[in-house]
Design a protein around this ligand. Structure first.
Ligand code: TXA
Ligand code: MG
Length: 323
């Protein structure tokens, strides 16, 4: 009997799409060397072509097949954190398709550690282009059910690997230029990266260059429900007023505070440590986004660096204008 992995490989080899679990979020995978298959990813996600895709590999030995230059610092970082929630931007090999790179001279590469992603990549042998398995601008899926809700018939097979451990997308580090830059914060922190490398690492904001900003589209990872990011005091004030026009709503708070027992208000207590918060965030946003509420009020998270990736996603989630 064919195993599910063999079935997934034959779908990929014939140009199909497979949703694969990774430790960050679920990816929508296609053979990165097959133009038509990669085009299908963009069609199914309704994603504009300017947003390049990450190529997923099974092992570091394959890196030079996709990147023409692997500086020693990049290798050091790869050895420290791969397989894991890290994506490296490197100078690409000539064969890497323009549709994958957004016609840039660089390619994003990641080696995930989820066992199903590893099994699939090893059995497939090549590179898998895989963006998060959601419609463009929606919340990334962290369960197989969320993939089904997002893409339904658009995907040929969904591999169910349970809930994603990390829950937020990988940290993207650009190592293709003179300065090492974090283009998208993730739960693997800038400090952890700088520590391993023993040199300065910059944020995208610190570098005033024309680097294409991943997730730079201001509305990204966003619920469809109008979402606001506010200090706890302002959430409480909004509840005091509780105008009918904003009810029912859900309030996602993490500070210890007495829960509110008022009609039309769902009080949701989030974990207080960033790892657990990240793990819960997309699942919780998706759940409350499915309830037909008028509003989601989310408490602002601390300014400290271990919350950077979470703050980044919450700011983007709250970027939708009130219709
Ligand atoms: O955790 C993750 O990274 C997940 C899982 C499935 O691996 N993938 C993911 O893919 O988040 P996606 O497509 O949703 O986001 C990838 C981001 C995009 O915003 C894109 O702009 C950026 O990576 N990116 C890809 N290639 C790039 C390149 N050559 N230069 C700059 N940014 C790049
Ligand atoms: Mg995405």
């Amino acid at each position: 009997m064919k195993t599910i992995i063999q079935k997934a490989v034959s779908i990929l080899k014939s140009g199909g799409l497979v949703a694969m679990p990774t430790e960050t979020v679920y990816g929508l995978a296609a053979d990165a060397s097959n133009q038509a298959a990669v085009e299908r990813i963009f069609a199914v996600k309704e994603r504009p072509y300017q947003h390049p895709l990450i190529v997923h590999l099974a092992a570091i030995e394959q890196l030079s097949l996709w990147a023409r230059e692997v500086p020693p610092v990049a290798l050091k970082l790869a050895q420290a954190y791969w397989p894991g929630p890290l994506t490296l931007i490197l100078k690409k090999q000539p064969h890497v398709l323009d549709i994958v790179t957004g016609a840039q001279d660089t390619v994003g590469i990641r080696i995930p550690h989820h066992p199903i992603a590893q099994d699939l990549l090893k059995a497939f042998g090549g590179g898998l282009a895989a963006p998060s398995a959601n419609k463009f601008t929606h919340i990334s899926p962290t369960t197989a059910q969320a993939v089904e809700q997002e893409l339904g018939q658009g995907v040929d097979l969904i591999l169910d690997g349970g809930e994603c451990e990390v829950g937020l997308e990988s940290t993207i580090v650009d190592m293709s230029g003179d300065q090492i830059t974090v283009l998208r914060p993730g739960m693997l922190s800038l400090q952890a990266i700088a520590e391993v490398l023993g040199q300065s690492v910059f944020t995208k904001e610190e570098i005033s260059s024309a680097v294409k900003a991943p997730g730079g589209h201001h509305l990204h990872y966003a619920p469809l429900t109008f979402t606001q990011l506010l200090p706890l005091e302002e959430i409480k004030a909004a509840i005091e007023k509780a105008e009918v026009s904003i009810l029912p709503m859900a309030c996602l708070v993490y500070s210890p505070s007495p829960s509110v027992d008022k009609a039309g208000i769902n009080w949701v207590v989030m974990p207080q440590d960033p790892e657990h918060y990240a793990h819960e965030l997309y699942k919780t946003l998706r759940h409350w986004d499915n309830q037909g509420l008028k509003r989601l009020l989310v408490e602002q998270v601390p300014e400290s660096s271990e919350w950077d990736a979470i703050r980044d996603r919450l700011q983007k989630a709250a970027a939708r204008e009130l219709k």
